[in-house]
Design a binder for this molecule. Structure first.
Ligand code: PLP
Length: 400
């Protein structure tokens, strides 16, 4: 297998080039499309080589829970796109995020997180961490005084998501990073909604970036996969031992699908974002819409933060329908083109009702604390023609 640096990518390449060619490792057959290696184990030339590889003194794979060739190509491609020193992939986004936030912590540590988070991330922090003797506190992600106060009280790790589920809240990543640096806390950023095409948390001071590659990176709704990106020393010291022994390894087939998905990531994100911006304006002008949230619209409460740290508004919209849950359900049930689905980042447009699905585990009070009520719909804009999408959404709004 040739893993020459000539082929595996250059930091100076533009993102689209990195996404198509980064991490390429060709076998002796010279295949153009990345090879899919399905193997659990690897044969060694000698007992001495087995000993050296296991010890880490010789290059090469030892077992696919530790690493495998197709996953390695994806890791190199993702690191190159993100501008990170290194990357590890996992079997799902939550496999990556749970590892990224659990591996560094021990009993007695304290975690500060934004209130608005993906439901499972919130669940780990609210329910699992306290069982391990880790103190956890949630703050309003937009309230820098609250971040300062809680981080100064003692904090080992901070988790934020921006734009965040479900209402696309913004957190000032650079400002929180500065507070974390001063306190010696690790800043982990879930960058799923923005994608590495539109936002680069490491450049803003984050220590670790995590992804659900299930979303825009596959982008065609096929496989589950997650990724952790950070500097090499931290990965080797803190995450590698945890990942190897806890075992959330990614399947090579899923890694191969995401490798192919990445090749069109920029095209898709740019096109889906352009349609999303147009749809957000059309929804905002409709009399049955109580509110619309889109990161690049001036009426978004965190417009200034999003505008500063993102290079585009993204593929997600949140809309509040006049008439509460009944009207929101009527809207969803009236869609003919758009599917009702809690996935996102797909080429197919998808809409869901966060209150009763992705965020149903939260009480009404907890939902209210993140601005969520039963009138809200989360909308993931796909690659269909914008005219068709606009007529479907406006017709559904007319029906409520
Ligand atoms: C989907 C998602 C996750 C979880 O990823 P899975 O691949 O579903 O495990 C985490 N964070 C955000 C923001 C997500 O959208």
């Amino acid at each position: 297998m040739s893993n020459g640096s000539d082929r595996s990518g250059k930091a100076s390449w533009k993102p689209a080039t990195k996404a198509v060619r980064g991490g390429l490792m060709r076998s002796e057959h010279g295949e153009i499309s990345e090879a899919l290696y399905l193997t659990s184990g690897y044969a060694y030339d000698s007992a001495e080589q087995a000993m050296a590889r296991m010890k880490g003194d010789a290059p090469g794979f030892v077992y696919s829970r530790y690493g495998s060739p197709t996953c390695e190509m994806l890791q190199q491609r993702l690191a190159l796109i993100e501008g990170a020193q290194t990357c590890r992939v996992t079997g799902s986004g939550m496999g990556a995020i749970s590892s990224a936030i659990l591996a560094p912590l021990k009993a007695g540590d304290r975690v500060v997180a934004a209130t608005a988070l993906f439901g499972s991330c919130r669940w780990i922090i609210a329910n699992q961490m306290p069982k391990y003797g880790i103190e956890t506190v949630f703050v309003d992600g937009a309230d820098l005084d609250a971040w300062e106060r809680e981080i100064a009280r003692g904090c080992q790790l901070v988790l934020i998501e921006s734009p965040a589920n479900p209402l696309l809240d913004g957190v000032d990543i650079a400002a929180v990073a500065k507070l974390c640096k001063a306190a010696g806390a690790l800043l982990v950023v879930d960058n799923v909604f923005a994608t590495p095409i539109l936002q680069r948390p490491l450049d803003l001071g984050a220590d670790v970036v995590v992804y659900s590659a299930t979303k825009h990176m596959d982008g065609q709704g096929r496989v589950m996969l997650g990724a952790i990106l950070c500097d090499s020393a931290y990965m080797e010291d803190v995450y590698d031992p945890y990942l190897r022994h806890i075992g959330p390894a990614a399947a090579p087939f899923n890694a191969w699908v995401v490798l192919k998905g990445l090749e069109t990531l920029k095209l898709r994100v740019d096109a889906q974002s352009a349609t999303a911006a147009r749809l957000a304006d059309a929804i905002a002008a409709h009399p049955n819409a109580a509110a619309v949230r889109y990161p690049y619209r001036r009426d978004h409460p965190h417009y200034a933060v999003h505008k500063r740290q993102m290079s585009g508004g993204g593929t997600m919209i949140a809309l509040s329908v006049k008439g509460g849950q009944d009207a929101a359900f009527k809207f969803l049930n009236s869609l003919e083109l758009v599917d009702i689905c809690n996935n996102l980042g797909d080429t197919k447009s998808l809409a869901c009702h966060p209150s009763t699905t992705t965020h149903r585990a939260l009480t009404d009070e907890e939902q209210a604390a993140m601005g969520l009520d039963r009138s809200w719909i989360r909308f993931s804009v796909g690659l269909e023609d914008a005219d068709d999408l606009e007529s479907d959404v406006l017709r559904a709004l007319n029906s409520v």
